[in-house]
Design a binder for this molecule. Sequence first.
Ligand code: CMX
Ligand code: CO
Length: 150
Amino acid sequence: MPAAMLTRIDHVGIACRDLDATVALYESTFGLTVVARETHEDQGVREAMLVVADGRDNPAALGGSYVQLLEPLREDSPVGKFLARNGEGVHHIGYGVADVGAALATIGASGIRLVDERPRHGSMGASIAFLHPKDLGGVLTELVQAAPAT
Ligand code: CMX
Ligand code: CO
């Protein structure tokens, strides 16, 4: 058995059509708080991160856990295409890892298709990479190495 590579569930990525309305729904239903709002032109999304657990209660998890609400900037983007096909709903799962570069090398060597051959910048200063849903039971999977705590 290989040592476990995943340290926590970092976030659940949810595709929505109206970011502000969906943020308001999560705030009023669950009492969650937005900790970051970002626009990623390269990904074609505008997003909000709402904190579920900040990670300080479990430093071994190497980061917190969040709900990531995603609204597409254009139809021809990963979230835009997903919405057109499936409507609103869970778009991807992000798992925490200690070292995203090392995790990609190991997973790539196992034959799983990597969407990102190299880590890139994600939300809140994290280093991230996506794995292809077609090789993971239909689940778009993101690896997240959180930015070091400040
Ligand atoms: N979950 C499960 N399956 C998915 C999927 C998703 N989120 N997105 C696409 N697919 C499936 C489609 O259903 C389709 O399946 P079939 O071939 O059986 O019809 C197949 O993958 C191809 O779909 P597509 O719409 O043609 O999409 P592309 O091949 O152009 O892209 C992917 C697919 C995964 C490479 C692309 O969505 C991607 O690069 N994703 C990573 C980036 C991303 O999602 N960014 C937004 C979030 C940013 C963040 O979290 O910070
Ligand atoms: Co994500």
